[in-house]
Design a protein around this ligand. Structure first.
Ligand SMILES: [Zn+2]
Length: 120
């Protein structure tokens, strides 16, 4: 199931950043194209992460809209589902900028937010 794969990948990233410290909360950026079922994800994360550093952590999911760039006119089109034509010129030669994202934005360890870099 998709959500289990996502949960396993997220947990791996969380564990790498937590370095053994208990994680109170984590914040994810998830692209709309991931079609993540939040209930299934929560169950999967609790199951896979149970007993580990992220056991019981509060998970916040920020959904990222789909964004494509037109290779013809460089226009960026934003939508909540897959875009197949440029919103400006109608061309179909599009590059996906956002939408399939799966990013661990931050984790909170012992009340402190650790961002992209380690907080000491
Ligand atoms: Zn265009």
């Amino acid at each position: 199931m998709h959500e289990f794969g996502v949960a396993a990948a997220v947990l791996e990233a969380v564990e790498a950043r937590a370095a053994g410290r208990p994680v109170a909360a984590l914040r994810l950026h998830v692209g709309a194209l991931q079609r993540l079922d939040r209930d299934v994800f929560d169950q999967a994360f609790a199951l896979i992460g149970g007993g580990g550093v992220a056991d019981g952590a509060h998970v916040e999911v920020v959904e990222v809209a789909v964004e494509v760039r037109c290779r013809d006119c460089d226009h960026h089109t934003v939508a909540d589902e897959l875009v197949t034509a440029c919103g400006s010129c109608g061309a179909h030669d599009l590059e996906l900028v956002h939408g399939d994202d799966l990013v661990l934005e931050s984790i909170t360890v012992a009340g402190r937010v650790a961002g992209g870099q380690e907080v000491r």
